[in-house]
Design a protein around this ligand. Structure first.
Ligand code: SAM
Length: 228
């Protein structure tokens, strides 16, 4: 039984993939991200981000949870975000929060990191100390992309805000799709490595400004930025 089996996605291009068994690995929401948002909902308005939205398994539940003044940022390829936005326009899911689309191209060296870096520049101009209350990073799963993403996100997260890293023990060698996309791009050692775990250990686990909340062998890393 899939999480979205009871939903009516007829005529929707993007969300209908959540009922397609081909995409089973990205058809369930990230409960950890939902529970962090639930925990934060007692405070003032929230600004949250999902970096890599897949087919919206987590996004849809987050959007349904957020309130009118809350803001949800979606980072992904721009064509994917357009399909996501079209489905949200086409069907009333009872969503009231603001949705911000931060899309990037498919050019080989492009990624969500460009948009994240632009947000930092704007934030610094406004002398703001952080934008996001919670971020769920579930994008490319490469050291190349997500190492930089974590460095950027650490500044974009507010004091007391959360950063969740997914798939700490995912590796390219164990995934058919991963093998297809990494040909000629990664060495055997890099394909065998847990690249998101590498990022966590290099940039978060030893950072005194972040408290690690997840246990050592958890599949998801959960961190909270300490108040200054
Ligand atoms: C595992 S899926 C995300 C699943 C989603 N978080 C969920 O809970 O359903 C990974 C996502 O990262 C996006 N992604 C991977 N590399 C990217 C890049 N270079 N730029 C933008 N998005 C990228 C993919 O398009 C895909 O939507």
């Amino acid at each position: 039984m899939g999480f979205y089996d009871d939903y009516n996605f007829d005529g929707l291009k993007f969300f209908s993939k959540l009922q397609d068994k081909t995409w089973i690995t990205v058809s369930k929401p990230c409960q950890k991200f939902l529970s962090v948002i639930n925990q934060l909902k007692t405070s003032s308005t929230l600004t949250v981000a999902e970096v890599g939205i897949g087919f919206g398994a987590t996004a849809l539940q987050v959007l349904k949870m957020l309130r009118t003044d809350d803001v949800y940022y979606a980072f992904d390829f721009e064509d994917r975000l357009q399909d996501f936005a079209s489905d949200l326009q086409a069907r009333d899911f009872g969503i009231t929060c603001e949705v911000v689309l931060a899309g990037n191209s498919h050019n080989e060296w492009d990624s969500y990191n460009w948009n994240l870096s632009n947000m930092i520049f704007r934030m610094r101009e406004r002398k703001q100390a952080g934008i996001f209350d919670a971020v769920y990073l579930d994008g490319a799963h490469t050291f190349l992309h997500d190492g930089l993403a974590v460095c950027l996100l650490k500044e974009l997260i507010k004091d007391g805000g959360f950063l969740i890293l997914d798939d700490l023990f995912w590796r390219y060698s164990n995934s058919k799709l991963g093998q297809k996309h990494s040909g000629g791009r990664l060495t055997r050692e890099q394909m065998e490595d847990y690249q998101v775990l590498r990022v966590q250990e290099l940039f978060l686990s030893n950072d005194p400004n972040f408290e690690k909340l997840s246990p050592p062998n958890a599949y998801r890393g959960v961190f909270r930025k300490r108040p200054r």
